[in-house]
Write a protein that binds this ligand. Structure first.
Ligand code: CTP
Length: 398
């Protein structure tokens, strides 16, 4: 997760029961390689202590008492100035109001006023407080100044009631942080469409022909493109994966649906990581095929080759990248697909290896370029492979 390396996150924790989840967030951020400074408000300290955060970040956590310490005159300025991102999670109605109006009566609010970095807020409060016009107006003010508001969501609240006011989970806040850190990267201002997963072609209302694609490489590519600052559209066949925060997700079940989605989009680059069906039942049965009717004879027909259909649409996607899933003659077959599908480059993927290709956590690919260049990537995680591919696309897009 190189996006977090060397990044300085200032995490403000205000007084909500969700403060205990902020410790998990601080821990996750630290494990991802970020350096995390934490400021607790006095209300937050009723729920958790600076020691909780120091224990997971390995760094001093600050409280209002530090406002009056030896370096008090510079502390609030320094904490805000050196941060790449200020995250307030949980952000209570009180802290939200202070941030909206520049009321600086504690270390967190002072640091926020001195900070010049982007601001991300994860509100947590009772449903009625969140709905209150005062809170909504404060959110509007902060949004207007460029702050990102992540959540809250509907669910069980500390009051025992349920409604909109529950802080989003730390893993999701991490996704929002990742998105915020990626802005301004090498692909800022560029749009990338990624297809992912294995399509399903219906036999009848309950059965379909599918393939072993897990979608992991495609989702990792979408994440890497977001990390590089791109606007990302992820056209996804059914998978068990959670889409990265910030991607616009379009669901497509069959090759035809995926092709329709691809034809409705346009972008600076297209990455076709999806395993589209090559054959599909000529007609899906309207009703469930019954055992008592005997073994069905299913007639197959060719499914459209999405990349070949797009090859004639030169203005829709400036750069096109494909994958070649091969179990033999890897490079020869990949080179043939590079040419016949008119791609800028192709990632040749040996799917016969157990540590690469469908379902595996790692991948080993060779990139073949239209100009004859070749780059062998070593065995790496699918995220690392994705970062390399995105780097190459950024270079092609200039
Ligand atoms: N692809 C596509 N439309 C399909 C099938 C595949 O656009 N109906 C794309 C894939 O997303 C991939 C590339 O074509 O980027 C190569 O896919 P692959 O399955 O390796 O090859 P096929 O073209 O299906 O050819 P073959 O089955 O002969 O290997």
């Amino acid at each position: 997760m190189s996006i977090f390396s060397d990044k300085k996150i200032l995490l403000g924790v205000s007084g909500s029961i969700a403060a205990y989840k902020a410790a998990d967030l601080a821990s996750k951020l630290t494990q991802c390689g970020a350096s995390v400074d934490v400021i607790l408000t006095s209300a937050a300290q009723k729920f958790v202590t600076p020691l909780t955060f120091q224990s997971v970040t390995g760094r001093k956590a600050y409280a209002d008492a530090d406002l009056w310490g030896d370096d008090a005159h510079v502390l609030h300025v320094n904490l805000g100035k050196r941060a790449d991102l200020l995250v307030v999670a949980p952000c209570t109605a009180n802290t939200l109001a202070k941030l909206a109006h520049g009321v600086v009566d504690n270390l967190l609010a002072l640091s926020a006023l001195a900070a010049t970095c982007p601001l991300l807020l994860a509100p947590a409060m009772d449903g009625g407080m969140f709905d209150h016009p005062a809170t909504q107006a404060n959110l509007q003010t902060l949004r207007g100044r460029g702050a990102t508001i992540a959540g809250p969501v509907s669910g069980h609240l500390a009051s025992g009631m349920s409604g909109v006011g529950r802080m989003i989970e730390p893993a999701e806040i991490l996704g929002h942080i990742r998105w915020a850190l990626g802005r301004g990267g090498a692909l800022a201002g560029k749009k990338i469409v990624v297809s992912a997963g294995g399509t399903q072609e219906a036999l009848d209302p309950v059965r379909f022909i599918a393939n072993r694609s897990s979608g992991k490489q495609g989702y990792a590519l979408a994440q890497a493109a977001l990390d590089a600052g791109a606007e990302v559209v992820l056209i996804s066949a059914p998978t068990a994966l959670t889409a990265p925060v910030g991607a616009k997700v379009i669901r497509a079940v069959s090759v035809q649906e995926m092709l329709d989605a691809l034809l409705a989009e346009s972008a600076d680059a297209l990455i076709m990581a999806a395993a589209g069906a090559d054959f599909r039942p000529k007609a899906a049965a309207k009703d469930k095929l019954k055992k008592r009717d005997g073994i069905p004879q299913v007639e197959l027909e060719a499914a459209p080759d999405m990349l070949k259909t797009l090859a004639s649409q030169t203005s829709r996607y400036r750069v096109k990248v494909g994958f070649a899933a091969e179990s033999r003659d890897l490079l020869a077959n990949a080179a043939e697909k590079l040419k016949s599908k008119k791609l800028d480059f192709i990632a040749a993927n040996d799917i016969s290896a157990s540590d690469a290709g469908f379902g595996a956590e790692t991948n080993r690919v060779t990139l073949l370029f239209a100009d004859g260049e070749r780059e062998d990537l070593p065995l790496a995680s699918k995220s690392e492979v994705a970062e390399k591919i995105i780097e190459r696309i950024a270079r092609l897009l200039g």
